[in-house]
Design a protein around this ligand. Structure first.
Ligand SMILES: [Zn+2]
Length: 563
């Protein structure tokens, strides 16, 4: 591998906090370190993580020094290291961390750094000397910066204060969402508005019963229930209620859908969905969901998390909206032909005044498919699916019993512990190889290693680091999968108690439990359950436990054959 070391980005991160900025706290080793230094470091580290081409060479930190001059020990040390050629890129959180004397800042960034071939990045200011194509493009933002420094600082302060509140889950909006009111004693806290909350609960219930947003809006309008907008007007003293009945804003499927999709009803505060790119523009842009400020349990939920998740699945899967009055068929969208994999369609005929509904492969009749003409009568099919669901629930409850017999170990905890140990191990690998990589650079600088040797070592350490990073990524995904499926429930299996003794096939059960159903020519069906992987993990755990007990493993997976 041929690595040109001149192309490598050797990064120094620079952190600074003046005493006036306040916010000091005692860290565990007894030294005072400001929280803001910590925050600066976190921000820069996450920036570096998204830039694998950059390599961290050193951290320089002036805690308790003013930015109005450059007489700061670590800053001077950094400049020396730059002059030694150890560093070719300096990264700070924002320009004011680098210095508050912008003229002097300009001298470094416009003159000294370019001369030494040093790239300069101020992350929060979106300022990067490498992105400028002419030399004077650096001057321009600087001039602006001097002029703008006041308003910019104010804007950033306001924005970051709001961000802190958001991250703490405090409500900062002007208007609350339908179903909640602001707590009169704490305007950052939400309380349930009992009347509106009861409507919200009805909306979720109707959705679970199979009604589409269109038909739910229709129901609400027929019942004369005020839409969220009219309700707000009716409650607020600033608005006058409308004279004409026809002028009332009615419920729309959009309003219903918005309620059904709002996670706030589960007690989660979601804010900061939109942002303005900077203080100069008022145009809002929508942020990626991962950047939203999210905090659980900040207020009382109106619907349960399980109910909410189920509704989200229903919204995705109920593609056939149905007529306003008729809910969707229980198995809608779930049935596939076991032979060709094509969807199965529902047809109906009337014979003897009775409606007979049946299912048939979509490609039946086309010459190449060769799918049989077998028709699955709807009633019989529903009976089969119900029988399989019941059998599956029995199996899951047996598993729960087995788990309860292992008093010393919860499978979840043991699984998590394994993952955590593995993550710690991978982190150690990264740390070690990072050290080694830095070490060989020093050896190369000292003339101990040749350029080729250095490049070879470096490439090797880099591969190991990348591999470990990828491993961590996968482990974290696995972890969140376990957490997600378990939710906040102590025991994931407990949820299946809700299905004990079900008498008829219900859309809710189907969507909650079943991924897809294959229908075969011989009249048999195969159901793929959504919890397949989770069940497999628990079964593995049970097998391990049983093996440890040196007993014959439990046989808990019956092959379901319904013919
Ligand atoms: Zn087919």
């Amino acid at each position: 591998m041929n690595v040109n070391i001149d192309q490598m980005i050797r990064v120094a991160i620079y952190l600074r906090l003046s005493k006036d900025d306040g916010d000091f706290s005692l860290s565990e080793n007894g030294k005072t370190e400001s929280n803001s230094i910590h925050n600066q470091r976190e921000l820069l580290m996450s920036f570096l993580q998204s830039h694998p081409e950059m390599e961290l060479v050193g951290e320089y930190k002036d805690d308790g020094y003013t930015g109005t001059n450059f007489d700061r020990p670590d800053f001077q040390k950094m400049i020396q290291d730059i002059q030694k050629g150890l560093i070719n890129c300096v990264i700070v959180k924002d320009l004011s961390r680098f210095g508050r004397d912008y003229i002097e800042c300009g001298r470094y960034i416009e003159k000294l750094f370019p001369q030494l071939g040093v790239r300069f990045i101020a992350v929060n200011d979106h300022f990067d000397t490498a992105s400028g194509n002419q030399s004077d493009s650096i001057v321009v933002p600087f001039k602006n910066l001097i002029n703008d420094s006041y308003s910019r600082d104010i804007s950033i302060k306001v924005r970051s204060n709001l961000a802190v509140k958001r991250n703490k889950g405090e409500f900062i909006g002007n208007f609350t969402v339908y179903g909640y009111v602001k707590d009169p004693e704490n305007k950052n806290h939400l309380l349930i508005d009992e009347y509106a909350a009861s409507i919200v609960r009805n909306i979720f219930r109707w959705k679970l019963e199979g009604f589409s947003p269109v038909s739910i809006a229709d129901k609400l309008n027929k019942a004369g229930i005020l839409s969220p907008m009219e309700y707000k007007k009716a409650k607020g003293s600033r608005y006058e209620t409308s004279f004409k009945k026809s002028a009332l804003a009615e419920w729309s499927h959009v309003a219903v859908r918005r309620i059904l999709k709002n996670e706030i009803y589960t007690g989660v505060m979601l804010q900061g969905k939109r942002t303005t790119p900077n203080y100069k523009t008022k145009t809002e842009i929508r942020k990626a969901e991962s950047e939203w400020a999210r905090k659980e349990g900040t207020h009382e939920p109106i619907v349960s998390k399980a109910e909410f998740d189920l509704v989200q699945r229903l919204l995705r899967e109920d593609t056939r909206a149905g007529t306003p009055s008729a809910p969707v068929h229980p198995l809608c969208g779930k049935l596939l032909c076991g032979k060709c994999g094509e969807p199965v369609v529902r047809k109906s005929t009337t014979s003897g005044g009775r409606l007979y509904a049946y299912y048939l492969c979509k490609s039946y009749g086309s010459k190449k498919s060769g799918c049989a003409s077998r028709r699955f009568g709807e009633d019989k099919l529903h009976g089969l699916v119900l029988a399989v669901i019941k059998q599956e629930i029995d199996v899951l409850l047996d598993m729960e019993k087995a788990l309860k017999s292992y008093k010393d170990a919860s499978w979840e905890e043991s699984e998590m512990k394994k993952i955590d140990t593995n993550i710690a191990m991978q982190e150690e690998i990264i740390r070690k190889n990072n050290d080694l990589r830095m070490g060989v650079y020093e050896d190369f600088q000292a003339g101990i290693l040749s350029r080729e040797e250095y490049a070879e070592y470096r490439a090797d350490f880099t591969v190991r680091i990348d591999t470990a990073r990828e491993a961590i990524r996968q482990l974290l995904a696995e972890k969140s999968e376990i957490q997600d499926s378990l939710g906040n429930q102590k025991n994931w299996l407990e949820q299946f108690h809700a299905y004990v003794g079900i008498k008829e096939l219900d859309r809710r059960y189907v969507v909650a439990l079943i991924d897809r159903i294959y229908l075969f020519d011989d009249g048999s069906i195969e159901i793929v359950f959504r919890h397949k992987n989770q069940k497999e993990r628990i079964l593995n755990f049970i097998r391990e436990q049983e093996a440890a007990r040196k007993r014959k493993p439990l046989v808990l997976v019956p092959t379901v054959e319904v013919v």
